[in-house]
Design a protein around this ligand. Structure first.
Ligand SMILES: *[C@@H]1O[C@H](CO)[C@@H](O)[C@H](O)[C@H]1NC(C)=O
Ligand SMILES: *[C@@H]1O[C@H](CO)[C@@H](O)[C@H](O)[C@H]1NC(C)=O
Ligand SMILES: *[C@@H]1O[C@H](CO)[C@@H](O)[C@H](O)[C@H]1NC(C)=O
Ligand SMILES: *[C@@H]1O[C@H](CO)[C@@H](O)[C@H](O)[C@H]1NC(C)=O
Ligand SMILES: *[C@@H]1O[C@H](CO)[C@@H](O)[C@H](O)[C@H]1NC(C)=O
Ligand SMILES: *[C@@H]1O[C@H](CO)[C@@H](O)[C@H](O)[C@H]1NC(C)=O
Ligand SMILES: *[C@@H]1O[C@H](CO)[C@@H](O)[C@H](O)[C@H]1NC(C)=O
Length: 386
């Protein structure tokens, strides 16, 4: 099962300019918090807002989603909290092609105001488990404004997008939409910051069997990790990206894998995605049996009866702000993300390729507590406490 999993959300980020892919760029509310800027110092700080998260699990952890509420009176809207994008979009009753339950009902919100602008967002890869065929992941969205509540804090008149049409591939989603949490404060996060929320958020993205996943906006929950957080600088506020100085597989490496590369951290991607040459080098150190899966370009697989016995510890080395190197480690248990639907004897690996991109998602994030510090443009990690 599993397409180049949940890359859909990542590729939405591409609509803002990562890849020269089909998606159009959408620009709303570009209130960028400059590097080092500390908002809210002059007002009383808001206490941190915790949002419990559920796991979208289909044999493997795909994404983590939770509720915000929208409208007056508030309606629960379930969203993926996606560090690879910036905007809020969700399905409403206007979307007859959206088959998810509990869509947002516009007429039941006295504060909902529909806008006039529509956009099409084409996804290069899918969210679900089927092989991806070009252009069958498309969302049509429309501008609107309404009140949005997270925890007990309401922001009035927030610009957002409603999904008015989606292709059937999205119907598998157990959530209504996506809440972007990119590396500059925009949309709801900028609004919360203006109300005094500290300019950072933390993610406790646990494996399905562990549960209790949580997003904490404006704070760090030190009961959810072991030891100290290690921070690395974010390169620029367009994405949560930093430099990896090298990659090891089972303690082995190559000169290509020791060439520094820019890596984007994306909570909306479940697998890890690297440029083709990097993927070939990594695969070669895992097993000669790993082959491209032709029905899903960018996905790789090997016989299911071989995969679970393979060691595949992936260490990625980053540099802490004090100059010392540290590793983020993906254990061998992540290698197998499940059988391909069209070929159940072949199991997909967690490593996908995408030309020119290096993106890591849930496969690594679920082993660490992560702090996404917008105000100080840095990312912090500590091993998940469980
Ligand atoms: C911090 O984590 C603990 C353990 O998961 C949880 O019970 C508590 O509610 C969390 N606190 C906040 C403020 O989110
Ligand atoms: C979201 O709200 C719905 C009710 O509207 C509830 O059933 C669900 O458990 C909530 N999800 C989370 C992750 O809190
Ligand atoms: C949207 O369209 C309506 C009429 O169709 C018009 O009255 C309104 O001014 C437009 N609003 C914006 C923001 O363009
Ligand atoms: C929100 O809840 C927190 C405690 O959970 C409380 O300290 C704060 O005053 C509340 N804020 C508002 C605006 O009610
Ligand atoms: C809501 O925001 C829009 C711009 O985003 C502005 O034109 C409008 O006046 C605002 N409405 C209210 C009620 O504040
Ligand atoms: C990893 O490799 C280095 C050098 O090749 C060696 O010194 C070290 O013992 C190895 N560690 C493990 C855990 O195999
Ligand atoms: C990172 O992992 C590699 C491979 O296991 C190891 O050789 C290296 O010493 C580790 N680096 C750090 C800083 O722990």
């Amino acid at each position: 099962m599993l397409s180049p999993a949940a890359l859909g959300v990542f590729v939405l980020a591409a609509s803002e300019g990562i890849a020269a892919a089909q998606p159009q760029s959408i620009a709303i509310q570009s209130r960028v918090t400059p590097k080092g800027h500390t908002t809210g110092l002059r007002r009383r700080a808001l206490p941190a807002l915790g949002v419990p998260l559920d796991n979208f699990f289909l044999g493997t952890d795909l994404q983590w989603f939770g509720n915000i509420s929208v409208g007056t009176p508030p309606q629960d809207v379930s969203v993926v909290f996606d560090t690879g994008s910036f905007t809020l979009e969700f399905a409403t009753d206007e979307c007859t092609s959206c088959t998810q339950a509990n869509k947002f009902v516009r007429s039941q919100s006295s504060t909902f105001v529909a806008g006039n602008t529509t956009r099409r967002l084409s996804f290069a890869t899918g969210v679900g488990v089927d092989p991806v065929v070009n252009n069958d992941y498309v969302l049509t969205v429309k501008t609107a404004t309404d009140s949005v509540t997270i925890g007990n804090i309401t922001t009035e008149n927030l610009s957002l997008f409603t999904i008015i049409d989606q292709t059937p591939k999205f119907n598998i989603d157990p959530f209504l939409g996506i809440q972007g949490l990119g590396a500059s404060a925009q949309g709801i996060f900028a609004a919360l910051e203006e109300q005094g929320l500290p300019s950072l958020f933390s993610m406790f993205l646990t494996p399905n069997a562990v549960g209790n996943a949580e997003l904490l906006l404006g704070g760090i929950n030190d009961t959810q990790f072991d030891g100290d957080l290690v921070f690395t600088s974010v390169e620029d506020a367009s994405h949560w990206q930093t430099i990896a100085s090298g990659i090891f597989i089972n303690n082995q490496t190559t000169s290509l894998l020791q060439t520094p590369l820019t890596v984007i951290f994306d909570s909306g991607t479940s697998n890890i995605v690297f440029d083709d040459d990097i993927v070939d080098a990594m695969n070669a150190l895992i097993s000669p049996s790993i082959r491209p899966f032709s029905a899903e370009p960018g996905a790789f697989g090997l016989p299911c009866d071989e995969i679970d016995s393979l060691p595949a510890v992936i260490d990625m080395t980053f540099t802490a702000q004090d100059g010392t190197p540290f590793n983020l480690t993906i254990p061998s248990s992540e290698l197998n993300v499940g059988p391909f639907e069209s070929d159940p004897s072949t199991c997909q690996t967690l490593i996908n390729s995408f030309p020119g991109l290096n993106v890591v998602g849930g496969s690594v994030l679920k082993h660490y507590y992560s702090v996404w510090d917008i105000g100080n443009q840095r990312l912090g990690f500590a091993p998940n406490g469980e």
